[in-house]
Every structure is written in C-alpha cells, then in structure tokens.
Design a protein around this ligand. Structure first.
Ligand code: HEM
Length: 453
C-alpha cells in the first residue's frame, strides 16, 4: 500500500494486484496503511454474503473517518452514517427515487439537456474540449434544479452570465486530483488521526454555509427538497439531506458521462450503434428522447453506461467495517470437505473488509476479454449480483442508481444525436486514472473533439 500513499498507484490498482496474486484463496489477509490488518474478499459467494447476505449486519458500516463535530452536514449522509441512524437517514431518501418520483424529475433533466445542446452548439463546436468539465456543468445544472428548484447557470451560452455561477466556482474544482486530495483520501479511508491533524472535512467548511443558504433559497414545488420538506420539520436535517443529494448526485454521474464519451470515442462501432438506436427511438416518440418511455427503450445506450462503469467504477473498492465479530469459512475452498470447518477464521471487531470492485470487474473468470469495451455484455443479462458492483449491492446499494443512469443517458443521447465524438489525441489511449482521489478521476482530463453529424 506504500505506492498508494506515495501517490504512485490508485487504491483500486493495489487491491487488484492482491486479488490477482491469490487466485486459489477466497479471501486474503493483508495490512492496510498504518499496519491495520484487513481482509480482501475474493470469492463471489463471500462477497455476496458480506454485501447482501447474513453477514451484512456484521459489517454494515462503511469504513470512513468523518468527525461528527466538524462535519455536521456530512453526518446526515447515509454513506457515512452507521447503525440505526443510517437506517433512518436512508429511509428518508429512498422515497425520492421511486419510479413515479423519477418521472416527476425528468422535466429537470430534459431542461438541462436542452441547455446542454445549446451550450455545445454555441461554445464548443470545432474545439478540443475536456469532457469531464462539460459533464460536470450538466450534472450540476440537473441537480440544482431537481434538488433545489434553482438555476445553477452552469450551461449559459453567454459567458458573462456564467461568471456569477457560485455552483461552478465552488463545485467544479471539488473532486479534482491534487496532492491535497491524496492526503484527504488517506485521512478518509485510513486514519482518523490524520483526519484530525488535517482538520479534514468531507463537506468543506467553505461549502457548509453556502449549502444552508441554498436550502433557504430553494424554490418551486416539483423538487426533492419540497418532497422532503413535507415531512421533515428540521432545517438541520433538510440541509444535511440537500448536501447528500448534491454531492452524491453530480460527481459520479459526471464521471460516468465523461468516461462513456471517452469509450465511445475509441469504439466507433459502439458509438454508431448508440446513434442508430437513438434515431429509431426518437422516431417512435415524435422526436423526443428525454421522456420516460423513450429513455426506457434506449437499451444499448444503457448497456454502454453499465459497461463504462464496469471499466471505470466510481468507487474502486467498497470498504466495510466489522461491527460484530463473525466467522469466515476456510481461506481455501478445497479444505472444506477435507477437514470440515477447520481453518475457518473469526473476524475481529473493527476489521476492515475490502470488496475490490475494480479487481472483480477486471477478472477474466467473470468477464471474458475484460479490457474490451463490449456493451453487449449487459444487453441480455441483468447487471446486478456481485460481479457488477458499479452501484454496490444489498441494503446499502446506491439509492440514486436510476436517477444517475437516467440523467447520464439523457445527456449522452442528446450529445450523440447532433455530434460524433473522437479522441483529441491518441496519447490518452488508454486513459490514465489518477492515484490521488477517492472517486475515480482521470489523471490529465478526458480531451475529445466533436463533429457535427
Ligand atoms: C452514475 C451515478 C452513480 C454512481 C456510479 C453511484 C455509485 C454509488 C456507490 C458505488 C455507492 C456505495 C454503495 C455501497 O456502499 O455498497 C453509492 C451510494 C450512495 N449513492 Fe450513489 N451513485 C450514483 C448516483 C447517485 C445519485 C444521483 C444519488 C442521489 C442523488 C446517489 C446517492 C447515493 C447515496 C445516498 C448513497 C449512500 C447509500 C447508503 O450507504 O445507504 N447516488 N453510490
């Protein structure tokens, strides 16, 4: 793990190496940073057992270090909360993501897609552009509107109008790789002591007051805060939930959109297939793509997004903490029948269990030709289960999955309807992943070119 601490390899790569080195084992004991003993789970049945099955309750908490005093808004995030508090916070949010709420959210997505189309038409044509920055403008526009009922001014075709956008100024740089982001990742995942020294905050101090002001400025009725506000009296909780919806809602989808454009740029036939599909669907729906029925019919586009997430998962590993000691079967499956339960181990309280998402997604026993971009893999089979962990699995699985996929798919087909995309230079093939961030990011950006169709 030293290479991760030195900023040489991402944590996903480190875990992938451990995973590959022990093909005969169900799980591997190793030391995380600061000599902390941990268990990397390899076997699919055990992965399922930990995330979904009877062991879930023994390791339900995410292994993250967040200080409740310093980071009041972050403690309302189910990803960070533990025990009963997690259950309550998650139960508040889940009703926002029912199919009927998703339909009610689509007008926000459709409006942002129209702005995206105008923005690209006026400000990008003919130029090289950085896809992640464009994607972030779009997802911020959707989330500002869908969560708060506000216009973030992130996709103005008039540059002067956009200058005042606090959203861009405050949130565009937030997840960018830097030496500081590496320290923050180490503090978040490995060391509460380092977190205290750095005074690390999951929600930066500079954002906290601004977020509370946004909650006060919210407007309109057809948005998440309005739906939450109906049953939530406390301003504190509402600001906490707003923070969760904003921070969880924009970065992961922006990353997915940028990487999908990247993969389609280097896989022309897949790009053409998305375009053919969207034309057929548009024809069936009077030219409209961003509606509930049309989006549901864009199956290849959705498969392309899932395949993108397989290759570039937002979280390269899920890390859970044992909250109640439990037993794992013997490390080697061939010892089961020979010696009964001899060799099983007792997982000690506090031990971190690593579910190595990237390693699983790249395992040739689970995906043939794993380096190849093949959306067809997800056309006929359900992506769920534990060989695909792009959204996690089980009771802690991402509740925003459907919204994340819908907003990303809507933008993808809006862009591909008018333009074809290609890599701006071949040096970024394959793209390099930054070793400095918790959420996956490219090291030097994703530079593309577009051509009017
Ligand atoms: C493509 C977009 C997205 C991706 C790839 C993604 C991925 C993930 C992953 C991997 C987790 C961790 C699951 C686990 O611990 O097992 C997660 C959790 C979560 N996500 Fe997402 N997410 C996306 C979009 C969203 C959106 C749009 C929202 C809300 C607006 C959201 C809200 C959450 C929340 C609240 C959690 C914590 C759940 C819990 O611990 O109970 N996500 N997401």
């Amino acid at each position: 793990m030293a290479s991760f601490a030195l900023g040489q390899r991402s944590y996903g790569e480190v875990y992938e190496q451990i995973y590959r080195q022990h093909p005969e084992l169900r799980y591997v004991g190793f030391y995380r940073l600061f000599n902390e003993p941990a268990i990397l789970v390899r076997d699919q049945r055990l992965v399922r057992e930990v995330l979904v099955g009877s062991s879930f309750l023994n390791c339900a908490d995410n292994a993250v270090n967040v200080d409740a005093q310093r980071d009041v808004l972050a403690t309302c995030n189910p990803f960070i909360a533990s025990g009963d508090r997690w259950r309550i916070l998650r139960a508040d949010l889940v009703p926002l993501f029912t199919p009927s709420r998703l339909r009610q959210t689509l007008p926000h997505v459709a409006a942002a897609c129209q702005q995206l189309q105008e923005f690209v038409g006026r400000r990008l044509t003919g130029e090289r552009f950085e896809a992640k920055a464009l994607a972030t403008r779009y997802t911020l526009q959707v989330i500002a509107s869908a969560v708060f009922g506000l216009d973030a001014h992130c996709l103005c075709y008039d540059e002067d109008q956009e200058k005042g956008s606090q959203w861009l100024q405050r949130l565009l740089p937030l997840f960018q790789p830097s030496a500081w982001s590496l320290l923050e990742t180490i503090a978040l995942l490995h060391s509460s002591r380092l977190a205290n020294i750095l005074q690390h905050r999951y929600v930066p101090l500079s954002l906290q007051d601004w977020l509370c002001a946004l909650v006060r400025a919210r407007s309109g009725a057809n948005n998440f805060l309005h739906w939450l506000g109906d049953k939530q009296g406390e301003q504190g909780d509402l600001a906490g939930h707003a923070t969760t919806l904003l921070l969880e809602g924009y970065e992961t989808s922006a990353m997915l959109l940028a990487f999908a454009l990247y993969e389609l740029s280097r896989n022309e036939s897949a790009q053409r297939r998305v375009q053919t599909e969207l034309e057929e669907v548009a024809q069936r729906h009077g030219g409209l793509l961003v509606g509930h029925a049309a989006l549901a019919e864009l199956r290849y586009a959705e498969a392309a997004l899932l395949e993108t997430l397989r290759l570039h998962p937002a979280m390269q590993a899920l890390q859970k903490r044992c909250t109640k000691s439990f037993t794992l079967p013997p490390q080697r499956s061939d010892t089961d029948t020979a010696v009964g339960s001899h060799g099983s181990i007792q997982v000690a309280l506090g031990t971190v269990l690593v579910l190595p998402v990237q390693a699983i997604h790249m395992d040739p026993n689970l995906y043939s030709d794993p380096l190849k971009f093949q959306p067809e893999r997800f056309m006929d089979t359900s992506p769920m289960g534990c060989r695909f962990l792009g959204f996690g699995a089980g009771p802690r699985m991402c509740p925003g999955m459907r919204l994340g996929l819908a907003q990303t798919k809507a933008a993808l087909v809006t862009l591909l309807r008018d333009y074809s995309f290609s890599l701006a230079d071949q040096a970024q093939d394959p793209v390099q992943v930054s070793p400095l961030t918790f959420l996956t990011a490219s090291k030097h950006g994703i530079w593309l070119q577009l051509q009017k169709r």
